[in-house]
Design a protein around this ligand. Structure first.
Ligand code: SF4
Length: 262
């Protein structure tokens, strides 16, 4: 029998003060068809934890085609360090070619990041998640007061669906951890980390949309800095954003995924 929404709610409540490892154990115990989404940043702590809990961890990364060279190098470092088979999920070629032919390579600076993120991140993620019943993310509450403050350690995904359009459970084991705790874990366990962190980057995404931040600047200020703070989700966790009702209608018929993004 599958996991019920009530079970997920009870995990969110019961595991809220548990360690990330205990949350991962709960996820692995109840969900067979589960994978970790690894961004190539400090969420590498989850790769480390998962590899200590599972002999065959299922881990994937979204290869947008626009990541920093350092991040590509780091993904390969992680693959070799842990001896894992890291699934790099790429955008659909036809969709990407149509988009870049029409809009070029930097349209996000002119009309926002949503369209490019949809092609390069959201659509590939949607395809990957349609093969799963649960996924694990590295989201934390302290990454954004605007969009992640209410994050639960377990939830039914309100944006994406799993196998055959069925329920998809989402685990956020680091929800209650601070950046300081993540970095303490990295140091204590000799976990490899992305060299961009040594160049002032805190949050790491695509190269054209990520920049280093100054001391005491919030990490999200280094992402899509030309856009409004409460809209800074790339669509992977669009359920964190309260939708603006009037704008959803236009794209809904032909591009259902846009409904989650605008
Ligand atoms: S983060 Fe920037 S480059 Fe990457 S998919 Fe989104 S808009 Fe495109």
């Amino acid at each position: 029998m599958g996991v019920t929404p009530e079970q997920v709610k009870s995990w969110a409540r019961d595991y809220d003060s548990h360690t990330p490892q205990a949350i991962l154990e709960c996820a692995l115990a109840h969900c067979d068809n589960i994978a970790l989404s690894f961004s190539g940043a400090e969420d590498v702590v989850l790769v480390d934890m998962l590899c200590k809990l599972s002999k065959k961890p299922n881990i994937f990364s979204l290869d947008t085609g626009r990541l920093h060279p350092e991040t590509y190098q780091f993904l390969d470092t992680v693959r070799k360090h842990y001896g894992i088979s890291l699934h790099l999920v790429s955008p659909d070629t036809q969709q990407l070619e149509a988009f870049t032919q029409q809009k070029g390579l930097f349209s996000f600076y002119e009309d926002g990041h949503k369209e490019c993120c949809t092609v390069r991140k959201v659509a590939p993620l949607k395809r990957k998640l349609s093969t799963l019943s649960a996924w694990i993310t590295g989201q934390r509450k302290d990454q954004s007061d605007d969009t992640r403050a209410q994050l639960a350690v377990a939830e039914v995904d309100s944006v994406f669906t799993g196998v055959e359009g069925g329920q998809l459970v989402k685990f956020n084991p680091l929800a209650n951890w601070s950046s300081a705790q993540v970095w303490q874990y990295i140091r204590d366990n000799n976990v490899p980390f992305n060299p961009l962190h040594q160049k002032g980057f805190i949050s790491i995404g695509c190269e054209p949309c990520t920049r280093p931040v100054l001391p005491n600047q919030h990490e999200r200020e280094g992402r899509w800095w030309w856009e409004q703070a409460d809209k800074k989700e790339c669509g992977l966790h669009a359920g964190n954003i309260a939708p603006e009702q009037p704008k959803t209608v236009v794209f809904h018929v032909n591009y259902p995924v846009y409904n989650a993004l605008i």
